[in-house]
Structure formats: C-alpha cells, structure tokens
Design a protein around this ligand. Structure first.
Ligand SMILES: Cc1cc2nc3c(=O)[nH]c(=O)nc-3n(C[C@H](O)[C@H](O)[C@H](O)COP(=O)(O)OP(=O)(O)OC[C@H]3O[C@@H](n4cnc5c(N)ncnc54)[C@H](O)[C@@H]3O)c2cc1C
Length: 386
C-alpha cells in the first residue's frame, strides 16, 4: 500500500469538502440539463491550487507531487467527471511547458495556467488520426515571423472556454519528426477567429464540458507559440506528458467508480425487498464486496504509478497498467452499481446512471485500452518502445 503523508491527507480532506459542498448537490441536475460546468467552480479550483498542483512554486504552482495530483483528481471525479477533467488539461499543458518550454514561455504561461486565468484545451486528435497521432496532417506553414495553420481537428474538449489550444501540427513531411506543438492563445469563445470554425459533438455522457470538431483555415500564430522554439519535437513533447495524463485518467476512473460504490452501498442499506434491506441478500453483499475490491485494486495501481513518477523513474508501464485496469474497472463497477439500484438505476433522477455513462469514456480517451495493452506488451515482449 502506498503510504500517504499528513499533507496528502489534508489536501484530500480539503478537496472532499469542496466537492461535497459545491459539486455533489448540483452535478446531476446540471448533467441532466446539459448545462456547462459553472465558472465559479473553475475559479475556485484555480484559487485552491488544484490546477497547478505539480508545478513548482517558482512558476505559480503548489509544488506538490504526482501522488497529490492523483488524490485531488480522484476526489474531484467522485463529484463529477468533468470537474476533474478541467484539471487534466492543466496538467497536460503545464507538464509539457515545464519539460520543453523556453524560459520565456514558462514565465508567460505557467502562472496563468496554475491560477486558472488561462484554461487550456488539447487539439491533438484529427478525423483520420486518433490512436495513430503520428499521422496528424493539420499543417503549420512558416510565413514571415509566424506560422499559418490549416486543417482539421476533432474531439477538442473545452475548446469553447479555453484561453489556449495546444495544437499538434505538421511542420514537415517526416512522420514523427515532422510534428510540432503550438500553444495558440485565444479568447474564451468559439468565435475567436474568422479562420477557425467549430461544431459541437453530441455525446452520451461527459456532460458539463463539450467536445468540438475544429476546422482551421489560415489561422496565423506568432513564432513564440511554438513550444520550445524548435520544430519537429512535437511528438516527443506530447509523449512526455503521457505518464502524468494516464495516471490522472486512472485517478478519474477511480473517483467515478468510488462514487458509484458509495451510492450502491447507501441504496442497498435502505431498499427493502422480501422484508429486509437488499444489503442483507448475499448476492448483493458479494456484488458490493467485489466492486470495492476492484476499486481498491485500481486505486493502488494508480498510486503505485504516481509513486514511481515521484521517484523520477520511467513509469509508462505502471501508468499503462493503472489506466487500462482503472478504465475497465470503472465500467464494471458503475454497471454493477446500476444493477443494485434496479429500475431506479435507469432513472435520470439518480446519479448512478450518470456515473455509468461517464465511465464508458475511460476505455476510449487518453489512449484506448487496446493501445494501453499494446504499450504494456511492447515493454514486456519486445524489450521497450520504439
Ligand atoms: C469524450 C471524448 C473526449 C475527448 N477529448 C479529447 C481532447 O480533448 N483532445 C483530443 O485531442 N482528443 C480527445 N478525444 C479523442 C480521443 O483521444 C480519441 O478518440 C482516441 O485517442 C481514439 O482515437 P479514435 O477515436 O480516432 O479511434 P481509432 O484510433 O480510430 O480507434 C478505433 C478502434 O481501433 C482500435 N485500434 C486502433 N489502433 C489499434 C492498434 N494499433 N491495435 C489495436 N487496436 C487498435 C482502438 O483501440 C479503437 O478500439 C476525446 C474523445 C472522447 C470520446
């Protein structure tokens, strides 16, 4: 078991308080109305330091470790997945800037990302390039002292409310070495440029944030937008964020699953059938026991990966185990929680159907389960990743 320090426990308690008082009372209503995640919560997350948790204090962050990030994420996702997902974007962009940005970029972007003044969205996926990100085709062509972006992106979650888009673009023909990352600053609206059009993608869950297909038709960006000031490093720069992103996604899955387990336990103790609470029927008892075992196994895998990250070790294998297992665990646990609720589990009046709809996305984003197993298999069978 990964031990938690007093600081870890304190931060866990404080997030729990925030989620219980602000998020839990409203999440299901907002989800069923397809209403956006309130600005007030995002502002509070910035003020409480959640958006810059792992960034050093010298750049405006909280200077905490990956384990703290996993704990905060789990608690936020326990309230509502989309709340924890605002943090995902901050973690991905700040980890790439810290590792690869120029000093000027670190100073310009990190404090604003940490405070929530600058919210980011990731524009990596394209209609024809999802798992195979190295085949991205949106072009960034040099033009005077800047670049011009042309092409399509899709599934860019939070593009409407973000102040910066992290765009993976092609600057030359070479497959991996032809890609570069651009931090494209914008107004927090969809009509930030006549050269970018956006259309929302309707989804079955993950409400509170919206994903967009984006079409770039000659958007000019300054050369300072190029991460690290060098072309051709974008794929490697992006890969360097995968460990953090996968640990964080595993923690999101644990949070959603834990919420469904809490709900199932509460309901099973109250719902009476055949003269006793259903929690006294052995099948239900064992169902809940199995769910709890599954959630705890995923939590420990996630913390184990976070620990490895904090010890400065390569942890793509551990992060892959955690992400793959937690994603499948969340799907199993939330569906079993719905089962405990019987017919009420299918009603929108209860949160449990929201957990189930939200949990389904974990096997798809941040690297599908199939890709996670491929990463794991490559390390185990082929002695490393190419
Ligand atoms: C709700 C949601 C939010 C998202 N948010 C963002 C975001 O903010 N930014 C962003 O850039 N992207 C985002 N995505 C996109 C997401 O990262 C991609 O959907 C994901 O990477 C998979 O790509 P794809 O959808 O093109 O599927 P594909 O890559 O086409 O895969 C289709 C199927 O084939 C399998 N497959 C593919 N290659 C292999 C292989 N080599 N071996 C075995 N199986 C394989 C996959 O596992 C999958 O089952 C989001 C997606 C969703 C659903």
């Amino acid at each position: 078991v990964v031990e938690l320090s007093e600081t870890h426990r304190e931060i866990q308690r404080s997030v729990r308080e925030f989620v219980k008082s602000k998020v839990e009372p409203l999440a299901n209503t907002l989800d069923s109305r397809e209403a956006p995640l309130p600005d007030e919560w995002i502002r509070a997350m910035g003020e409480l330091g959640y958006l810059g948790l792992t960034v050093p204090e010298s750049y405006g962050g909280a200077g905490l470790d990956a384990l703290a990030m996993a704990l905060v994420t789990e608690e936020l996702a326990r309230g509502w997945l989309c709340v924890a997902s605002v943090m995902t974007r901050a973690i991905i962009s700040s980890s790439m800037i810290l590792a690869h940005g120029t000093e000027a970029q670190k100073k310009a972007w990190l404090p604003r990302l940490c405070s929530g003044e600058m919210l980011s969205a990731a524009a990596f996926t394209e209609p024809a390039a999802g798992s195979d990100l190295a085949s991205v085709s949106l072009r960034a062509d040099r033009d005077g002292d800047g670049y011009v972006l042309r092409g399509e992106k899709t599934w860019c979650t939070f593009a409407d409310r973000a102040h910066v888009l992290t765009v993976l673009a092609r600057t030359s023909g070479a497959k991996h070495e032809g890609l570069s990352l651009f931090f494209v600053e914008k107004e927090p609206s969809l009509s930030f440029s006549p050269h970018v059009s956006a259309s929302p993608i309707p989804t079955i869950g993950y409400k509170g944030v919206t994903s967009y297909a984006l079409s770039f038709d000659g958007l000019r960006v300054p050369s300072q937008a190029l991460l690290g000031g060098v072309e051709g490093k974008g794929f490697r720069q992006l890969m360097s964020s995968f460990e953090y992103a996968r640990i964080q996604t595993a923690a999101r899955a644990v949070g959603v699953a834990q919420a469904s387990l809490d709900a199932a336990i509460g309901y099973a103790k109250e719902r009476v059938q055949f003269g006793v609470p259903i929690a006294q029927h052995q099948v239900i008892r064992h169902k809940i026991a199995k769910m709890a075992t599954d959630v705890e196994a995923a939590r420990q895998l996630c913390r184990f990966a976070a620990r490895a990250k904090d010890e400065g070790r390569r942890c793509d294998l551990e992060a892959g185990y955690a992400k793959a297992f937690a994603a499948e665990m969340a799907e199993r646990t939330t569906t079993e929680a719905m089962q405990v609720f019987g017919g009420y589990g299918y009603s929108k009046e209860y949160d449990v159907q929201r957990y189930w709809r939200d949990a389904r996305v974990f096997r798809i984003f941040e690297g599908t389960s199939e890709i996670q197993y491929e990463v794991i298999a490559k390390r185990l069978l082929d002695g490393g990743l190419a």
